[in-house]
Ligand binder design. Structure first.
Ligand SMILES: O=c1ccc(O)c[nH]1
Length: 357
């Protein structure tokens, strides 16, 4: 279902207000070939209505012939900004960059943020953005989780399907994704609502058993046969199972890059307005799957780059795998139990959604 410009401009205005956009500040809207026209139109209208000086910077797409997917998060590292001094200068001189193109995991993104500019990524369809307009509650809930991560030394993850994983923490910061950029130098992604960090380099051991209904991104498929991934010294050492294991293994092998098998970020979903089932309702290329990354109670882990957290690994292959029904603990305190987020007292949130069956 579409949303009207009126509704979408209102959503943008709310996100820009939460991002503390002030009259007279400079907003640069970063676009490329895949930018959604209604998102562009409404982002410019909302920024202008709030008194900002609004620019648009349109860049030529890159990597199309290298990537096996058109998903903007599938092939990372170099972007249309790579080596583009004029474009980088314009973004560094902006107070707020609305990234309707996807800079995520790019070295240039860090250079722009270091100048104090804020970057908000927004590439999901307009109706998804309107369904998950961020709130102060989202921010509070995610910051509570990242504060706990920041104080923790070990994350353990288990599941009835057989997952037994241990991640040493502390080398990298915890990252809060709550959908708006309220401080200079902050990056965020609308829609989101999850907490993540990177395990220490080489500090992840164990096995991950993906079960029926867990999700592979960027493939955007629910797996039907279990997949076992053995992790040793921070790298996936084997990926075994049925058809979906082959799909994952073959896709990763196509990058011919040993670094693609490294652990990337680990964390859990905290967005009650995101749903596990949404991916089944969209054509593959119509979404990048943020409902899957953000649904409350998922364990989201990923393989590949760590430059987003300040590491040096910029492998172009990035795999995100949201899992259901895991138990996630930090220094022995369970934050998710069998897919149910625990509140600070360690009891399951009262599910807002009524159950009728
Ligand atoms: O918002 C995002 C999107 C993808 C990812 O891997 C991390 N955060």
């Amino acid at each position: 279902m579409s949303v009207s410009d009126t509704q979408f401009i209102g959503a943008w205005r709310r996100v820009l207000e939460l991002s503390k956009l002030q009259p007279g500040q400079t907003v640069t809207v970063l676009t490329s070939a895949s930018t959604h026209p209604q998102t562009l139109r409404c982002a410019i209208a909302a920024s202008s209505a709030l008194g900002a000086v609004v620019n648009r910077l349109d860049l030529q797409p890159v990597n199309g012939e290298k990537a096996l997917s058109r998903d903007s998060l599938a092939y990372l590292g170099t972007t249309p900004l790579t080596g583009n001094k004029a474009a980088i200068a314009a973004l560094k001189a902006s107070d707020l960059v609305l990234d309707l193109m996807t800079l995520l995991f790019s070295p240039e993104q860090h250079e722009i943020l270091a100048s104090g500019a804020k970057i908000l990524l927004a590439v999901e369809p307009p109706e998804v953005l309107c369904r998950m307009v961020p709130t102060e509650d989202d921010r509070a809930r995610v910051l509570q989780a990242t504060n706990l991560i920041s104080r923790s030394k070990v994350m353990t993850v288990t599941s009835k399907a057989g997952t037994e994983l241990r991640c040493e923490l502390g080398e990298f910061p915890a990252i809060a994704e709550y959908g708006f950029v309220d401080e200079p130098g902050r990056w965020d992604h609308w829609p989101s609502g999850f907490a993540l960090t990177w395990p220490n380099e080489g500090g992840t051991e164990g096995r991950i058993v993906l079960d029926r209904g867990d999700i592979l991104l960027p493939m955007k498929c629910y797996i039907s046969d279990p997949i076992e991934i053995v992790i040793r010294d921070g790298y996936a050492r084997s990926i075994t199972g049925g058809f979906h294991a082959d799909l994952l293994a073959e896709y990763m092998a196509s990058f011919e890059d040993a670094e693609a098998y490294a652990m990337s970020h680990v964390g859990w979903g905290l967005q009650p307005r995101a749903h596990w089932s949404t991916l089944a309702q969209y054509d593959r290329e119509a979404t990048i799957g943020m409902d899957a990354r953000a649904f409350e109670g998922n364990f989201l882990f990923s393989l590949g780059p760590n430059n987003e957290a300040g590491g040096t690994r910029t492998t172009t292959c990035h795999i995100d795998i949201p899992m259901r029904r895991c138990t996630v603990s930090l220094d022995g305190q369970s934050v998710v139990v069998d897919g149910q987020v625990q509140d600070a007292a360690g009891t399951a949130y009262a599910r807002k959604r009524k159950e009728f069956l």
